[in-house]
Design a protein around this ligand. Structure first.
Ligand SMILES: [Zn+2]
Length: 164
């Protein structure tokens, strides 16, 4: 499991968490309203670790026998506490951000390439621009990125007692 990049699957309740896991660089399945069985099927076929607060889901044999790995996310955590909890549980490192909308890979693009798609102020202000290889959405490191960068740094600086 340590040879291939860790891939994740968030249950239907964890949309906010999924966005953050993508922002710190993890290939994270999430779909609004996804049924438990479909989530499990996707996790099995795509070799993903399931993240859920649903104790009943975790009672399924696939999980209790260890054939499918899961993170049992405590209820009542704030969003960024959830991110940190998962990062600690799985010893996550920080990599290139993925598309928060669809989980696609973000490809760096030039300012000129996105001139028609980015508000004028951001076009001047931002230094880096990216386009999602899957959905085509354009992202840029604007004012909101300071917050994202701070969270990414905090996760990157978490200390593990032992390697995963
Ligand atoms: Zn996308």
């Amino acid at each position: 499991m340590s040879d291939t990049p860790l891939r994740l699957a968030c249950d239907a309740m964890c949309g906010g968490l999924a966005r953050w896991l993508r922002l710190i660089g993890y290939d994270t399945f999430y779909r609004e309203g996804v049924a438990d069985q479909e989530l499990i099927d996707i996790a099995r076929t795509q070799n993903r670790v399931v993240i859920t607060s649903d104790g009943k889901l975790l009672e399924r044999r696939l999980f209790t026998t260890g054939r499918l790995q899961a993170v049992d996310l405590p209820r009542g955590l704030k969003l960024l506490e959830q991110v940190e909890y998962v990062a600690r549980a799985l010893h996550l490192t920080v990599g290139t951000a993925r598309c928060t909308r669809c989980n696609g890979e973000l490809v760096p693009v030039s300012r000129a390439e996105v001139g028609d798609e980015v508000p004028a102020r951001s076009l001047i202000w931002a230094k880096k621009f990216f386009r999602c290889a899957d959905c085509g959405h354009v992202f840029w490191e604007g004012t909101h990125w300071r917050h994202i960068a701070a969270v990414r740094e905090r996760i990157a600086n978490l200390q593990w007692d032992e390697p995963r």
